[in-house]
Design a binder for this molecule. Structure first.
Ligand code: ADP
Ligand code: MG
Length: 364
């Protein structure tokens, strides 16, 4: 069993905590993604699990074993980095075998494991090559090979796909996720890319300034973001967020450019905020042209098209509102690409809005 338990984990380099008392339970065989903007502490947390960073405070368990003071090589984890860290003078075979040789494993056992890993990763015909004669994707596979021959209990990945081009990244993310499931090895995968997080993770932990903003399945984060940060971090284009005022009777939220009828599910939460400010989130796919939906609780919004992004399967329009400098992003039908500067009259699905507390920024 290789579940990983973080109990009030803290990292401090001297001035302020970089990791601020994190509690997290990663299940055996789970693919857990740690996602967050650059500098939020993802690599630090991963390196603490690997044993490459000292733990300032709190407890870290792998399985039932407290590993705070266990040497990295005795934690039974294998780490894959963005930089691949391959030895340029060694062949693919030697690179994959390197860790096993260090452990003084018998030659024929090494041979069996390397061959098996090479088969798994489609590297059989490349074993004699040097890294410089490989493509980026092949190098990344060699780095994976080096991790899997060790048959670790835990895989740790730190942005392993960042150096690859977009197409290869999409291919490799499916490959890594499949490999992890096939081998049944618990994985912790760090990325700043929310699409990678959404497509790969069984669950996602969103890290923000050294604390966990939310932990959940991809759809939980998308449909029920815990706070403004997660709401705007998960999903492309970003969720629209407007500061609005709850009407005096508590039945609607009001902005100079738009009035939304509060959906039934939010009425009770909004009732004690009459006349107060809140943040209202609207996903771009919930703002479309009037003839493109059959919604019942609809609000009208009008503005001018400022940026038009034609993506093929959809059109993303950034529009400016009359009274607000803020732009609203909407998704429109590909057959009605607006001109820049064109006046748009769109509809918002008010039943799908999210309302957040003005101060705590937590979702109501
Ligand atoms: N060795 C170190 N000494 C001091 N501060 C560090 C050290 N390593 C990282 N940091 C700081 O910790 C924060 C988190 O860094 P990091 O974990 O690398 O972020 P991420 O991987 O999410 O981009 C950053 O503000 C970074 O400057
Ligand atoms: Mg990092």
């Amino acid at each position: 069993m290789a579940n990983i338990t973080l109990e009030k984990l803290v990292k401090n380099y001297g001035e302020g905590d970089i990791i601020k008392s994190i509690d997290l339970e990663i299940q055996d065989k789970e693919f857990m993604v740690l996602v967050g903007p650059s500098g939020c502490g993802k690599s630090t947390l991963l390196r603490m699990i690997a044993g490459l960073e000292e733990i300032t405070d709190g407890k870290l368990f792998i399985g039932d074993r407290l590993v705070n003071n266990v040497h990295p090589k005795d934690r039974d984890v294998a780490m894959v980095f963005q930089s691949y860290a391959l030895y340029p003078h060694m062949s693919v075979y030697e690179n994959i075998a390197f860790g096993l040789r260090l452990r003084k494993m018998p030659k024929d056992e090494i041979d069996r494991l390397v061959t098996e890993a090479a088969d798994t990763l489609g590297l059989r015909d490349l074993l004699d090559r040097k890294p410089k004669a490989l493509s980026g994707g092949q190098r990344q596979r060699v780095a994976l090979g080096r991790a899997i021959v060790r048959k670790p209990s835990v895989f740790l990945f730190d942005e392993p796909l960042s150096n690859l081009d977009a197409e290869l990244r999409v291919h490799m993310r499916a490959e890594i996720a499949n490999l992890q499931k096939r081998l049944g090895i618990t994985a912790v995968y760090v990325t700043h890319d929310q699409v990678e997080a959404m497509t790969m993770g069984d669950r996602i932990s969103v890290l923000h300034n050294g604390h966990l903003a939310q932990v959940g399945t991809p759809l939980e984060l998308y449909d029920t973001p815990a706070n403004v940060f997660v709401a705007q971090f998960i999903g492309t284009p970003n969720m629209n967020m407007l500061k609005m005022k709850v009407s005096d009777d508590g039945t609607s939220v009001v902005h100079p450019d738009i009035t939304l009828k509060v959906p039934e599910r939010l009425k009770a939460a909004v009732a004690d905020r009459k006349g107060k400010e809140v943040f209202v989130g609207m996903r771009p796919e919930h703002i479309v042209a009037p003839d493109e939906h059959s919604w019942s609780n609809v609000a009208e919004i009008s503005g001018k098209a400022e940026i038009v992004e034609t993506l093929g399967h959809e059109v993303v329009v950034h529009m400016s509102l009359g009274n607000d400098t803020k732009r609203i992003v909407a998704k429109m039908d590909v057959h009605k690409v607006p001109q820049i500067g064109q006046q748009l009259e769109l509809n918002v699905n008010a039943d799908n809005i999210h309302i957040f507390d003005n101060e705590t920024q937590k979702r109501l």
